[in-house]
Structures are given as C-alpha cells and as structure tokens.
Design a protein around this ligand. Structure first.
Ligand code: HEM
Length: 126
C-alpha cells in the first residue's frame, strides 16, 4: 500500500468500510436489487465489494489473495443487470459516496469510476 495511493488519500480502510456498509444498507431495502443476492446474509457480499474496491484503489490485495483475478463481468453473469438494475445500484452507491464527504476531487474521481464500472457490468438491454 503506497502512501500516495488514492486508497490512502481518502482515509484507507475506514473510508471504504463506511461507504460499502452504507451502500449495502440501501441494497437491503431495494426491491429490485435485494432479490438478486443469493445469500440471506449480505455480510459476505459487503466484504467482497469492500476488499475489491480497496485493492482497486491501491490498498491491500486481500481481495485477490482470497478470490483470485476479479473477472467482475464473468462473476456478474448469473444476475440479470439491465438499465434498471444499474440505476438502482448507482442510486444506492450515490447515497453512500455522498455521505462519505470526500474532498470534491476525490469524490469526482471515485464517482466517475463507479459509473463506468456499473455501465460495464450490464449484461441485458432491458
Ligand atoms: C458481486 C450485483 C455492479 C463489484 C455481486 C453479486 C451481485 C451483484 C448480486 C453477488 C453477491 C455476492 O458477492 O455474493 C451487482 C449489480 C450491479 C453490480 C446489480 C449493477 C451494476 C458492480 C460494480 C462493481 C461490483 C460496478 C465494482 C465496482 C462486485 C464484487 C462482487 C460482486 C467485487 C463479488 C465478486 C466475487 O468475488 O465473487 N454483485 N453488482 N458490482 N460485485 Fe456486483
């Protein structure tokens, strides 16, 4: 973990923990997203997303140590992700990112990535 990574600049694990926990609070209440999650307990999914984002932004590589190469499109293939699911995912994430109160340039950079990533995860046109 480099001291000048985006991961460190935004506050390290605590910040990612806060954002992803808040995101899953919204997912738990979302009638479109919640049924997509195969497990009753959202805790393990929360941990995987947190570890993935930490690794992506230059933090520890625990995600890949545990899960191997991310292959995120492949891992999302079992779930229908169309425009409505993407919008719901981004709605939940928007709340989580806004509440994290990052510096504007950090918020902007994170949000750009999340929008791009959510678009690239779509596997359905409807
Ligand atoms: C896993 C839904 C976008 C990262 C999952 C799972 C679902 C899901 C249902 C399985 C839960 C589990 O891990 O047990 C969605 C939907 C999206 C979306 C509806 C809408 C666009 C994204 C994006 C990212 C992401 C944009 C990354 C920036 C992950 C990761 C996992 C995961 C890291 C765990 C993969 C693994 O190691 O198995 N997602 N996802 N997802 N998602 Fe998403």
């Amino acid at each position: 973990t480099s001291v000048d990574s985006f991961y460190e600049q935004v506050g390290g694990e605590a910040t990612f923990h806060r954002i992803v926990a808040r995101f899953y609070e919204e997912v738990a209440k979302d009638e479109l997203l919640r049924p997509l999650y195969p497990e009753e307990d959202l805790g393990p999914a929360e941990e995987r997303l947190r570890l993935f984002l930490m690794q992506y932004w230059g933090g520890p590589t625990t995600y890949s140590d545990q899960r191997g190469h991310p292959r995120l499109r492949m891992r999302h293939a079992p779930f229908k992700i169309g425009p409505a699911e993407r919008d719901a995912w981004l709605r939940c994430m928007r709340i989580a990112v806004d509440e994290a109160q990052l510096a504007p340039q950090h918020r902007e950079r994170l949000w750009q990535y999340l929008e791009m990533a959510a678009n690239s995860m779509m596997n359905s046109w409807f």
